[in-house]
Design a protein around this ligand. Structure first.
Ligand SMILES: Cc1ncc(COP(=O)(O)O)c(C=O)c1O
Length: 407
């Protein structure tokens, strides 16, 4: 099925059945990763396969460029949108929502992209998908690979959280930890695909990764009673999730279902702030190093940086930076006061909301995307809580433990 792509750098249109990655005119030779913001990202043109009825919930999969045929074996999406009563009370935002995308099959929003790439592989009779990841995209593609019967070759920085790598191995992926950064893994995985074939799922590099993630916005529209939120908070590393979410809202507008784009706020960690700095300084900033507890946001040279910046302009959005301390506090608060156990990268979005809220009308419908589960990064949680030593199984000991440990 032919798909039309538009280059976000030169606006060239390409209509093709083939798997394509970046614009041949604008991208670096052979699609290599350079040390600047990447040029020539391709955006999929929205051609709805069917007509939609205004005011009625819509099928998120109907917004995707190719048919999804195997969704039942890999049930992505339909994640809960919760009304966090205690946090609403505390913040004074009575139309605040948390989207628990941490409850996708592999535990992160990345499953939305992996679903579409797995379908892409099946449609092209390809049996290998290669990618680089800070952890979640790899675990997600590995999960999809298990469901679809695909071979997954995964390049990761050696420092990626162990649980995410174990998870990928459990799903049967071939994990290749490298002595280098995520950006090094990104470049190597493209070289590998070029040499050995198959499809490359690198986030932002394969345009279907942006496309797949837009279903989160279509779901928000359905869950909010066929309306888009006023403001959305998204944790940002490479800028793909935010670009996908914005594309989803934009497609809803194009389909005549929504009248406006929400304001979209990009939240970055202070120690990995390429997009936030670029936004504030009005020029593309690439970092020489990154350092944050939010490992999934740790990106020096964002694969989708230019696209994310364009969307911020288009949505009258902005970028917010949060410290590791604010992220940890937010992670505890989400756990204790909303029952949402998320990884630090997700908690960054909540920290971003807390920081940004003075500039938002408290009656606004505000949605915070919680993109990844906390169960995969228990090392981060260990720093926030302490486990008491077991006490004898007697009431007076139990009482003493409660008094002493939980004062
Ligand atoms: C849980 C989680 N949240 C947010 C992000 C950031 O997404 P992006 O790199 O598309 O900006 C990632 C990326 O790995 C992630 O795993």
């Amino acid at each position: 099925m032919a798909v039309t792509y538009t280059c976000t750098s030169c606006s060239r249109k390409i209509t093709t059945d083939d798997v394509v990655y970046r614009c041949p005119d604008c991208a670096a030779p052979k699609g290599e990763v350079t040390t600047g913001f990447q040029r020539g990202n391709l955006s999929v043109e929205f051609k709805p396969a069917k007509r939609f009825s205004i005011g009625k919930p819509v099928d998120p999969l109907a917004f995707l460029p190719i048919p999804v045929k195997h969704a039942a074996g890999y049930p992505v999406g339909s994640t809960p949108l919760i009304a966090p009563h205690r946090l609403r009370e505390k913040t004074g935002f009575h139309n605040l929502f948390l989207k628990l995308d941490s409850l996708n099959p592999s535990g992160s929003l990345k499953d939305r992209a992996s679903l579409l790439v797995a379908e892409q592989a099946k449609a092209h009779s390809v049996d290998t998908v290669t990618l680089a990841s800070t952890g979640n995209a790899g675990a997600s593609m590995a999960c999809a690979g298990a469901a679809y019967g695909l071979r997954i070759v995964l390049f990761v920085p050696g420092s990626a959280p162990r649980a995410k790598l174990l998870q990928s191995l459990m799903y049967g992926a071939s994990v290749v930890p490298i002595q280098g950064t995520y950006d090094d893994a990104f470049a190597l995985s493209i070289e590998y695909t070029r040499a050995f074939g198959g499809i490359n799922r690198n986030t932002g590099f394969n345009p279907f990764t942006v496309e797949g993630k837009k279903t989160v916005s279509i779901e928000l529209y359905n869950q909010l009673g066929c309306r888009v939120p006023d403001v959305v908070y998204v944790p940002v590393g490479d800028g793909v999730i935010i670009s996908g979410a914005c594309k989803g809202f934009s497609d809803l507008v194009k389909a005549g279902l929504a009248h406006k784009m929400p304001v979209v706020v990009a939240v970055q960690a202070e120690g990995s702030n390429a997009i936030a700095r670029s936004w504030k300084e009005g020029r593309e900033v690439v970092l020489s190093r990154t350092s944050t507890i939010a490992d999934s946001l740790s990106v020096a040279s964002p694969a989708c940086g230019s696209m994310a910046l364009d969307w911020l302009k288009h949505t009258s959005g902005r970028a917010v930076e949060v410290s590791d301390e604010e992220i940890s506090k937010a992670q505890s608060e989400l756990g204790r006061e909303a029952g949402a156990f998320v990884e630090p990268s997700s908690a960054a979005a909540w920290a971003g909301f807390l920081k940004d809220r003075p500039s938002v009308d408290p009656s606004a419908v505000a949605a915070v995307l919680l993109t990844g589960t906390g169960f995969k990064d228990t090392a981060a949680a260990e720093k926030l809580v302490s486990m008491p030593e077991p006490c004898p199984a007697a009431l007076d000991h139990a009482r003493r433990l409660l008094e002493e440990h939980y004062r």
